[in-house]
Design a protein around this ligand. Sequence first.
Ligand code: ATP
Length: 480
Amino acid sequence: MTVNDQNRFQAIISHAKEYGFVFPSSEIYDGLSAVYDYGPWGSELKKNIRESWWNAMTRMHDNIVGIDAAIFMHPTTWKASGHVDNFSDPMIDNKDSKKRYRVDHLIEGAAEELSKSGKQQEADDLLRQMDEGLAANDFTELKNLIDRNGIKCSVSNTCNWTDVRQFNLMFSTQLGSVAEDANEIYLRPETAQGIFVNFLNVQKTARMKIPFGIAQVGKAFRNEIVARQFIFRMREFEQMEMQYFIRPGSQKEWYEYWKTERMKWHTAMGIPSENYRFHDHVKLAHYADAAVDIEYAFPIGWKEVEGIHSRTDFDLKNHQQFSGKKQQYFDPEVNQSHVPYVIETSIGLDRMFLLVLCHAYQEEKWTKEDGNEDSRVVLKIPPAIAPIKLAVLPLLKKEGLPEIAREIMASCRNEFYCFYEEKDTIGKRYRRMDALGTPFCVTVDHQTKEDRTVTIRYRDTMKQERISMEGLAAFIRSKF
Ligand code: ATP
């Protein structure tokens, strides 16, 4: 585990691009800030992570069903949810460089500098005063704090600051073709609201009894101000969220249950538990009565990958009020109606993808039997989510070997993603498959023609052994 290793982070970003995992969006036009495209192996890996989450949530729980709601929602949704009024960060602009900063990031940066130069007490005081200012929403005090401490813009190196202002993170657009009649609507900043507004539709049609959950995976959009950490913080990203509707008063118990369940999912993926930790929120979001982040030791530090929030009845109650439609559940066990409470689990698919890459990326060096040095870059992606599960490699492009390799492809490709390659030496092909994270390669050689055995090579250990071609698909499957 290496926390805070910028070189490693840069190496992972380069690898992701070079091997077709993640590209900057519209790169031929120099890209679009904090927007990314997934390439052939990236889209496959992302799909596998999505499926793993989806199956863990829906198939593995009798009482959780999925939906797929639209990105556009009625604009009142975002008034009811509190996003129009509250989904904003305090910002400040430097008048000389025109660079905009999130106030907390600017002050935290200054505190870090103080701490680096041995002034820990001053750093702690600064952060404490910032927390007080943020908690009280006291923008004048925050501005004064920046002035008093002479905090400078890193670009212009001046203290010529605007006032602190709120900046809403939602993207807006127009619905309707005629400009004058068009309504302003938002691109959803979270998928959760699509679940809340469908709560009764789902409860009735899927005949659900409380407690029950609704899961969803979909795009969300935030006009993030500070967006320069690759796919960690994007302006367009995908969330995997589940809202669990419960009886009021049972939220503590279910909150603990989901904390445990979600951590189990992470470690069941094959990612070591020591790289994870819980981080309780001190300053709660406007909708929550308890909240915790699951953090991972990224090369850019311990960072949130998932949030678990006890959202009370905040959302359903507000939707009830703004829509005038009852959002209640009749609980036959206690013979009364109530607005359910909600525990939410919310994980960023792109952030989970980055986590998997950070876990998997290894640069290995060793001394060979002949005394020479050798090295490789390998992605030790857990086999169950690896983009390619099996590479089928004929040793030669002739003498009937490709035909046998094709036969193996035909018998396995229905079951999992297989990749056929006959170019280059076998050593080079193995290295390429290591770099793509392919856990198994099989090589077809002349002996295969005689006894229908192949050489299987394991990515992580680089060990090779001969196994029978028959039953190969089942054998590989048993490994994940
Ligand atoms: P952060 O504090 O990092 O901005 P958040 O607390 O605002 O995140 P939530 O609103 O709880 O995040 O969203 C749930 C999850 O969605 C996060 O844990 C994260 O994995 C993901 N997520 C949120 N914002 C982004 C983003 N801009 N890019 C990628 N993933 C994101």
